[in-house]
Design a protein around this ligand. Structure first.
Ligand code: ZN
Length: 186
């Protein structure tokens, strides 16, 4: 990754993926594929215990189905892992996600004190770990995350490209506005 070459002072501590990171990324990619099959933007996430490799939680993007702007895969996986362990601090955890987290999720990762973040494809339009911002490794914040970028990035990027290509091919019916009667029905 060019990221390694650009690892100047203040840049994130770049690490290599472990076997567990790759194994859980494959799991996250399966979750992303399942999300695509039900019309969600394909992003999947897994939280595992860094020491044991045991999975604590997993989630896929559910923004459309839940009509929830916060229902991103990594945010839901973080919340589930915290609920499971009974502790909001996830220093001992690794979050694996197929796409570079957005500003909201990167903020949640810092707030949850996630120990390690492993992600697949970079997101040049919304990525907040390296592409647009460096929230997870900003030395002004009170927690810094070990970041492993670009793990199985091609698989994740291909999945997203295929999803958006297929969606562009469809004519979307206009969405009825909830709670409001259409003018011709009023
Ligand atoms: Zn997000």
């Amino acid at each position: 990754m060019p990221r390694d070459a650009a690892n100047l002072s203040g840049s994130p501590p770049v690490a290599n993926p472990t076997d567990a990171d790759r194994r859980h990324m494959r799991r996250a990619l399966r979750l992303a594929r399942a999300a695509a099959a039900i019309g969600e933007t394909p992003v999947g996430a897994v939280v595992y215990d860094t020491a044991t490799g045991a999975v604590l939680s997993e989630a896929a993007n559910r923004r459309e189905h839940d009509a929830d702007p916060c229902a991103h895969a990594e945010l839901m996986a973080i919340r589930a892992a915290a609920a499971l362990t009974g502790d909001w601090r996830l220093n001992h955890c690794t979050l694996v996600v197929t796409l570079e987290p957005c500003p909201m999720c990167a903020g949640a990762i810092v707030n949850a004190r996630v120990g390690r973040l492993v992600y697949g494809a970079a997101d040049p339009k919304a990525g907040a770990v390296a592409s647009l911002y460096e929230i997870c490794t900003d030395s002004r914040l009170n927690h810094r995350v070990i970041v492993v970028a670009g793990v199985m990035a091609k698989s994740s990027a291909t999945l997203l490209q295929e999803f958006f290509r297929a969606r562009r091919g469809k004519v979307k019916p206009p969405k009825p506005r909830r709670g409001l009667a259409a003018p011709d029905q009023a």
